[in-house]
Every structure is written in C-alpha cells, then in structure tokens.
Design a protein around this ligand. Structure first.
Ligand SMILES: NC(=O)c1ccc[n+]([C@@H]2O[C@H](COP(=O)([O-])OP(=O)(O)OC[C@H]3O[C@@H](n4cnc5c(N)ncnc54)[C@H](OP(=O)(O)O)[C@@H]3O)[C@@H](O)[C@H]2O)c1
Length: 360
C-alpha cells in the first residue's frame, strides 16, 4: 500500500497568503515570541529550583547569631516536626525556648537538648487552643531580656479525619482557627519585636562585623496551597498563613528579619497518622534538615515571594502542579476531593473496627 501527501489547494492558498501578508506574519510572530518567553521563564524557574534544592550549600546559622548566645523560639516543640526544629536548631548552635502543651514532654526534651548540644533551654507550656492572654504574657516573661533571633511558628492542628465542612464539629473548627491562626499571630506579636530589637542592637554595636539577621518561619501546608475539600477549615487556615506571612515579610525586611512560609506535603507524624516514610513522605528529621539547610530559598515555591517548599519531592510536586493544572483548578479540586473522600471512608471503617474490638 502506498500513501501520498496531496496538497489541498485551499490550504496552499492560505499558507501563501500568510507568507505574503505582513500583518499575518506579525500575528504569528507575537504568539511565537510570547511562547518562547514563557518557556524561557519556566526553564529558568526550574533551573532555580534545582539550584536551590540540590546544589547550593547549607545555610550557615551564624548569620542568625548561632554559637553567640542567641535564642530560637519553637512552638509545637514537643513532638513531630517542631521537636526536630528544636533539636536541629540546637545542633546548629542556637539556644532554644520550647513552647507546647505538655510540660512533662517539654522538660524531657529540654534535658536532652542541653545535655547533647550544650545550649540554653527554657520551656513554656500552654494550650494554644485557649487563646488566653495570660499564656502569651507567660511567653513574654520567658523571653524578657533574652536575645531571640529565630521564631518557628510550627504549632498547628488539622481535622481528626477528613470531614465535610457542614459536618465539622464546632470545637474542631474553632480549635483549628485559634491554634493555626490567632495563636500564631499573637505569638508572633510577642516574639518578633524581641527579634527586631536583638538584630538592631547587634548591628548598631557591631557595625563592622557581619550583620546579624532575624528569621520567622511559619509552617504552611499543601492543604493551604491547594484548596482541599473535606479539610476545608484546615485548608483555609493554612492559606490564611500564606497571605499573612508574605505580608509580614514585606514589613519586616527593612529590619533585617527574613519571614518565610514553609510549605509541606505529608510528613510522618502523629498529626498525619503516617508511620512509614517514603519518597514523598519524609520523616520530620529529613523534612526539617531540608528546611533549615535552605531557608531564604524558594525551592519548589518558585512563583511565591517569601515562601519555600523545601523537601525535594514536595518541591517537584509543587512546581509540577503550579505549572500544569494550577492550584486553583477544577481538576486539582476534584482529584483532592476524591482522595479525601477515600481517606475518610477508610478512617470511618477503621473507627468502626476499633469500636467493635473494644466491645468484644
Ligand atoms: N505532618 C504532616 O504531614 C504535615 C504536613 C504539612 C504541614 N504540617 C504542619 O506542621 C506542623 C507540625 O505538625 P506535626 O505533624 O509535627 O504535628 P504533631 O506531630 O501532631 O505535633 C504537634 C505539636 O504541637 C503541639 N500542640 C498541638 N496542639 C497544641 C495546643 N493546642 N497547644 C499547644 N501545643 C500544641 C503538640 O504538643 P503536645 O505534644 O504537648 O500535644 C506537639 O508538640 C503543623 O503546623 C502542621 O499543620 C504537617
């Protein structure tokens, strides 16, 4: 069988008219240039992701006053990601103020940190869901006369299992917003002025030495990056932190304080209820190492000011979603809905099984 390409006269005529017409040539040139520009930007951003995530050396914490008696405040510090922030900042030479709910867990961790890393520790225990001014005053007292240069806003709560918004219990809804948003903002209002004055004092007295910097890190989430059905309240609370943190970054930059929202997909922890790590689900230790090694770089969050998606697989996922379907697309929303409906179904089944086992 033979095949032949026959030319269709109308098509030939059309193509010839483009070649002949100056206007038609411009009409083709503009989208071609625009496409080339977009492709170039995309490639540059991807190159920057690779550079940030895989090539640049780890950040040196001496710029935040490590090994010179400066302190980091870490919230939600007794477990999971927060505990790792505390341990790994202490390892990098920072003294640590540990803040979370359970006094006994904090005492144990403080002992471990001071014995292992020979840095100072203080503990402040309170329930962030209470949103009680007395608690914030307690924190203020603990850091009074203490030079703080780093705040890690890590404390957070999610839904116990994925749940339709209309069925979300009032207590869960209020706790998520209070812990993730109100308490985070109030804690920042208490700690950030200390950071600003510590940085200012150091840079006026030691104007010749390397300039001291401050840092405010806040834990965001893929749940806030992508609107997430069945985790609607958590998703909204983390999206709120994105806008708030980026706005604060603009305000504190002139004072030498870097502010960064840290975006993460799943990490093994009590909150995620995932025990086994995988390529896309790191342990808190792996996640925090990636975060601390690359503060100030965007990694997977190339399109966002003062934001980082530091863990390498999360970075590639963020970049891929942002540059294909987009985070606010119907496709992303529908896939997310299906995934969380299925997680809910499995969680309900497990609850039922456990309730049955208890009765037996
Ligand atoms: N794990 C993930 O997959 C994941 C993904 C994206 C983002 N994140 C974010 O990362 C952060 C840490 O999550 P995680 O997985 O490490 O959580 P986690 O393992 O459950 O640890 C939570 C920590 O926060 C403290 N905490 C919880 N409720 C508190 C309250 N009401 N008042 C004071 N402290 C409280 C806990 O203290 P006690 O031990 O005393 O209760 C604990 O130290 C959160 O902001 C979360 O949204 C997590």
């Amino acid at each position: 069988m033979t095949s032949s390409i026959t030319s269709i006269p109308q098509v030939d005529q059309f193509l010839q008219s483009i070649v002949d017409s100056e206007y038609a040539q411009y009409a083709l040139l503009v989208p071609l240039l625009f496409g080339t520009l977009k492709l170039t930007i995309l490639l540059l951003r991807f190159g920057s992701l690779i550079f940030d995530t895989f090539i640049l050396p780890p950040v040196d914490y001496r710029k935040f006053g490590a090994y010179t008696g400066n302190w980091a405040v870490v919230t939600g510090a007794s477990d999971g990601i927060g505990k790792e922030f505390a341990l790994q900042l202490a390892k990098r030479g920072m003294s640590i103020v540990l803040v979370s709910r359970t006094q006994s867990k904090l005492e144990l961790l403080a002992k471990e940190i001071s014995a292992t890393y020979k840095v100072g520790t203080k503990i402040v225990a309170f329930d962030a869901a209470a949103d009680d001014e007395a608690n914030y005053s307690e924190l203020e007292k603990a850091i009074f006369d203490t030079p703080v240069t780093i705040l890690v806003n890590n404390v957070g709560q999610s839904h116990s299992i994925p749940v339709p918004f209309l069925e979300t219990e009032q207590k869960e809804l209020r706790d998520i917003i209070t812990i993730n948003n109100t308490a985070t903002l109030r804690i920042t209002q208490i700690v950030a002025p200390n950071i600003v004055s510590t940085v200012e004092r150091a840079n006026t007295t030691n104007s010749k030495s390397a300039r001291l910097k401050g840092l405010v890190l806040t834990m965001g989430s893929f749940g806030g990056l992508l609107p997430t059905p069945y985790l609607a309240t958590y998703s909204g609370s983390k999206a709120f932190l994105q806008a708030w943190s980026s706005a604060l970054a603009g305000e504190l930059a002139p004072f030498g304080v870097d502010v960064e929202l840290v975006i993460s997909y799943l990490v093994t922890s009590a909150m995620s209820k995932i025990k086994r790590p995988s390529a896309t689900i790191p342990t808190p230790k792996q996640f925090v190492a990636a975060t601390l090694n690359s503060v100030g770089r965007r990694n997977g969050a190339q399109d966002r000011f003062a934001t980082s998606t530091p863990y390498w697989t999360h970075a590639l996922m963020h970049f891929a979603i942002e540059n294909t379907v987009g985070v606010y697309s119907k496709i992303a929303n529908t896939l997310n809905l299906k995934m969380h409906q299925s997680i809910r179904a499995r969680a309900l089944k497990k609850q039922k099984r456990l309730a049955g086992e208890k009765q037996d």
